[in-house]
Write a protein of this length. Structure first.
Length: 156
């Protein structure tokens, strides 16, 4: 009888261990999948906000070089839109991204105070100097997104 009990206990223990191994494997797999999904959603959210900022800042920068800002002008609305997107970025972006966004805004505001130029003059100036007001912002955003994809924590 002792051998039968030992054999039965071994079978039960084997079933328990096998079940626990299966459960653990499923839990680890689900946890990994959940983490990947969260990272992908975070990357998508940041890409959208950064793209919105680049789009808005590009338009506002050109407008700031070629137009004067008036109280009743559409330029005020564009500038406010740029601030809104920048504030949205401040909710989650790293300090480096925020600093670069603020530099872009400062440059736009400075440009509004400068003499107006024609669109052709602006194009020629950019072509000659290769001066891209959004380049540093774009580069730091790309690095941050790459860090997130690589699993490196981004300090905010």
């Amino acid at each position: 009888m002792g051998g039968e009990v030992a054999s039965g206990m071994a079978a039960i223990m084997g079933a328990i261990v096998g079940g626990l191994a299966s459960l653990t494997s499923t839990w680890v797999g689900e946890r990994s999948r959940h983490r990947r999904d969260l990272l992908q959603r975070e990357i998508t959210r940041r890409e959208a906000a950064y793209s919105d900022f680049i789009d808005c800042a590009s338009k506002v920068y050109v407008a700031s070089a070629t137009h004067r800002i008036d109280d009743d002008d559409a330029e005020v609305e564009r500038a406010v839109s740029l601030y809104a997107v920048a504030s949205r970025i401040r909710l989650f972006a790293s300090e480096q991204v925020i600093k670069e966004a603020e530099k872009v805004i400062d440059r736009v505001l400075t440009q509004y105070g400068a003499d107006n130029v024609s669109a052709e003059q602006l194009r020629m100036s950019v072509a000659e100097t290769r001066d891209d007001p959004l380049k540093a912002f774009s580069i730091i955003c790309r690095r941050e997104l790459q860090d997130i994809q690589g699993g490196t924590p981004v300090r905010c």
